[in-house]
Design a binder for this molecule. Structure first.
Ligand code: PEP
Ligand code: MN
Length: 253
């Protein structure tokens, strides 16, 4: 199976499933550097972590903001990992686009066309998350608003009638996007499931279905995570997933 060539987005690995991992939010300098080092040690080169957090509840932790970006850059300097983080406003894009390796557009901003157009001005890889209940067509149109050569679509679960889980991972998005577009597609099982026990099976299912990568929330102390702790998996659990994905990559080659 042909995987997207991530050297196009400055990737370390070519034709392998790309794995992005890290906490939901940057909580402190020590936390992000510590987790980054642990992830680097198991062969992960892309670090996620939100500085600007689009929280559904205004009373929830809103992220560290500018200082969070500084801590991410510090983690990058120390580990050499590439940084994946969400920017929510045009001002943030103007300020940080040059410094971040992959800019995430969150689900809640998929329809923010002014933001998408601004992002298109920079030749930066953009991780475009699918809106909470966006159709494939709306999602692809959002990518067309960005209109650069470096767009990665991200399926992160869609709303359903059943609230037993946070969202439902739409595995069908993988073959659909592969058949109908040239965009690579990565899968975020964390925001789809909303719980930790589904992350491994959903990750492996997505890789078998042909996704180009995974973005997974990991914390070295999930019960203490300030954000999305129920879906955070441990370093041991992400290690297992990395090992299994490596096996599938070899098998699918
Ligand atoms: C996130 O990745 O932390 C996030 C907020 O995701 P989403 O936009 O998919 O809800
Ligand atoms: Mn999260």
């Amino acid at each position: 199976m042909v995987k997207y060539n991530y050297s196009l987005v400055g990737g370390f690995e070519v034709k392998k499933t790309l794995i992005i991992a890290g906490p939901c939010a940057v909580e402190s300098k020590e936390q992000i550097i510590r987790i980054a080092q642990k992830l680097k040690n198991i062969g992960i080169f892309y670090l996620r972590g939100g500085a600007f957090k689009p929280r559904t509840n205004p009373d929830s932790f809103q992220g560290l903001g500018d200082i969070g970006i500084e801590y991410l850059l510090e983690a990058k300097k120390i580990t050499g990992m590439r940084i994946v983080t969400e920017l929510m406003t045009i001002e943030q894009v103007k300020k940080y686009a040059d410094k971040i390796d992959i800019i995430q557009v969150g689900s809640r901003n998929m329809y923010n066309y002014e933001l998408l157009k601004e992002l298109g001005k920079y030749n930066k890889p953009i991780l475009l998350k699918r809106g909470l209940s966006a159709t494939y067509e709306e999602w692809i149109n959002a990518a067309r608003y960005i209109n650069n050569d470096n767009i990665i679509l991200c399926e992160r679960g869609i709303r359903s009638f059943d609230n037993s889980t946070r969202n439902v991972l739409d595995i069908q998005a993988i073959p659909y996007i592969k058949k109908n577009t040239n965009y690579p597609i990565i899968v975020d099982p964390s925001h789809a499931a909303g719980n930790n026990y589904m992350i491994k099976p959903m990750s492996l299912a997505a890789v078998m279905a042909g996704c180009d990568g995974l973005i997974i929330e990991v914390h070295d102390n999930p019960s203490e995570a300030l954000c999305d702790k129920d879906q955070a998996i441990t370093i041991e659990e992400i290690t297992e997933i990395v090992n299994e994905v490596n096996k599938i990559d070899k098998y699918l080659k």
